[in-house]
Structures are given as C-alpha cells and as structure tokens.
Ligand binder design. Structure first.
Ligand code: HXC
Length: 259
C-alpha cells in the first residue's frame, strides 16, 4: 500500500532523516517511505555504487544525499553525520539499521565471525548514535534502532545475532534514560521474517526453511519491507511523541507463538 494511503501526505515535511544502512533492504524501504512523506534523507553504507543508486532513487521524491562509510569506523560515521547536518540542519530522525548476519552453529563459528557481527550490529549501532548525538534536534529527535526478534527469542545458529541485538536493545534503554531529558527519544523495531531481503535469503535459504517459518507465524505471512517502514514512520512522527525506550515487534505473532 502506498505511503499516502497509510499516512497523511507531508507527515514528515521539513524533517531530516539520517539512515545508516539505508542503501538496501529494509533500511532503503524506510528511507524511501520517509522521503515520500517529505523528509530530507541522508543515507550511508559501505559501497559507493549502492550509495549513488539509493541517492538517485531518493532524489525522485525530494532532497537527498549520501556518504560512503562503514559503521565499524567511528570517524567515517561522524564525518557522514557532520555532512548531513551541514547540508540539511539538525537531524530529526536517526535510523540505525546496518547489520550483518549468517547462519552458523556456535561450534562452527570462529571468534572472528562472532566479533564481526558484534562489530557491525552492536558497536556500529553505538557509533551511529554517538556520531549523530551532537547534531540532533533538541527537543524532538527520534532514534530508531533496527533490532530483531533474536533480541529476546533464542534461535539456533544465531548466537552472534542474538547477542548483538540483545545488546543493542539494552543500549537504547540506557540511552533513553540519559538523553530523554534533552527531548531525545530512542526505540527499537524488532521484525520477524521479512520478505525480499538479503537477511532472510541468508537465514531461510530453502523452500523447506521458509515453509517451516511460515507455519509458525499466527498471521500466516512474512512482513513486507513496507510493514517495517510504516512502523519506522510512526516512531519518527509526533504520533509516538511519548514513546521512548521500547521495543516494537512486527512479526505476525511469530515470537508469541514460540512461548
Ligand atoms: C560462518 C562466517 C560466515 C558464515 C562470514 N563468517 N560468513 N562464519 N558462517 N556464513 C566469518 C568469516 O569466516 C570470518 O571469520 C568473519 O566472519 C568475517 O568474515 P568477512 O567476510 O571477512 O567479514 P566482512 O567482509 O566484514 O563481512 C561481514 C559479514 C558478511 C557480516 C560476515 O556476511 C557481510 O558483509 N554481509 C552483508 C550484510 C548482511 O549480512 N546482510 C544481511 C543482514 S540481515 P574467520 O575466522 O573465518 O576469518 C540481518 C537481519 C537481522 O542482519 C536478523 C537478525 C539479527
């Protein structure tokens, strides 16, 4: 469903959104949804060609820019946040969604493999929040962290992702305490399976995997990227003005069904 059927056109007009990981998948869907609702969007990711393609797509809807930066490199992320603020002014919305994942049993996972996912998801998330902090609009900024149901539901072959996402969700609660008095809100979104994403292609590579997952979803379907983008728009908007330090789950009841 198009954004203007769900939200009032212009809902985010004049707002500035900084979207880490915003050049593909769920994060790009969020960036596009925000752009179509009037936000000026700055995206960042590791590959120059993906940044250029995403910025071109976003510019169809309004002013947009991008930076090439790996969230593991704090100075690069801080440079991107400086550029965003210089071009667009104070940042209203931060989406921290850069992530890496793969299926691996703990017995087969090397220490470096574990550390790599922690570096991208957890430490990278801290870098994004810390680098944007000096540029946030006060009061009024909303920081949206892309978590996953792995944060609170044990999933086999996901020890690295479970640890990283649980850490992130704990971190945003602590930051909600520290930064709340400045009028800054922090929340997480926890998707279950999401269609047409690199992540799910990695985590459910066969029809068997996909059928098994779907069988365990009470609503009987995977989320679309737009389902998650709608939740991000809600958290970016004044409709969520009194919500901070929470985890909003969009999984069709999957984790409820797992007990
Ligand atoms: C076991 C693996 C592995 C695999 C990598 N490693 N893939 N171990 N099974 N399938 C190990 C490597 O062996 C290596 O350790 C270490 O991880 C680092 O690997 P590199 O390839 O050198 O790292 P890097 O190039 O930085 O790549 C990061 C990556 C990669 C996360 C490992 O997969 C990547 O860039 N992915 C692209 C982004 C991505 O994953 N997107 C989907 C996100 S979905 P050794 O010891 O062997 O050297 C997502 C959804 C969230 O996150 C859902 C729940 C959280």
């Amino acid at each position: 469903m198009s954004a203007d059927k769900v939200f009032a056109p212009g809902l985010l007009a004049g707002r500035v959104a900084f979207v880490a990981g915003g050049t593909s998948g769920i994060n790009l869907a969020i960036a596009l949804r925000m752009a179509t609702l009037g936000a000026r969007v700055h995206v960042l990711s590791r590959k120059a060609e993906k940044v250029a393609a995403a910025v071109a797509e976003l510019q169809v809807h309004g002013d947009a820019a991008g930076s090439v930066a790996d969230v593991r490199d704090f100075d690069a992320v801080a440079g991107a946040a400086d550029e965003c603020a210089k071009r667009f002014g104070p940042i209203d919305v931060v989406v921290s969604g850069a992530a890496g994942n793969f299926l691996a049993s703990a017995a087969d996972l090397s220490p470096k493999g574990f550390r790599t996912v922690i570096d991208i998801d957890l430490i990278g998330g801290f870098h994004v929040m810390k680098a944007t902090y000096p540029h946030l609009r006060r009061p009024g900024a909303s920081i949206i962290n892309l978590s996953a149901v792995q944060s609170y539901t044990a999933i086999a072959q996901q020890v690295h992702a479970c640890a990283a996402k649980a850490g992130l969700d704990s971190m945003i609660r602590a930051l909600a305490l520290e930064w709340g008095p400045e009028g800054i809100r922090l929340n997480s979104i926890a998707p279950g399976p999401v269609s047409d994403t690199e992540g799910m292609a990695r985590l459910a590579p066969s029809d068997g995997h996909r059928d098994e997952l779907t069988k365990n979803i009470p609503l009987g379907r995977w989320a679309s990227k737009d389902d998650i983008a709608n939740l991000a728009v809600f958290l970016a908007s004044d409709a969520s003005a009194n919500i901070s330090g929470t985890l909003l789950v969009s999984d069709g009841g999957y984790s409820t069904g797992r007990g």
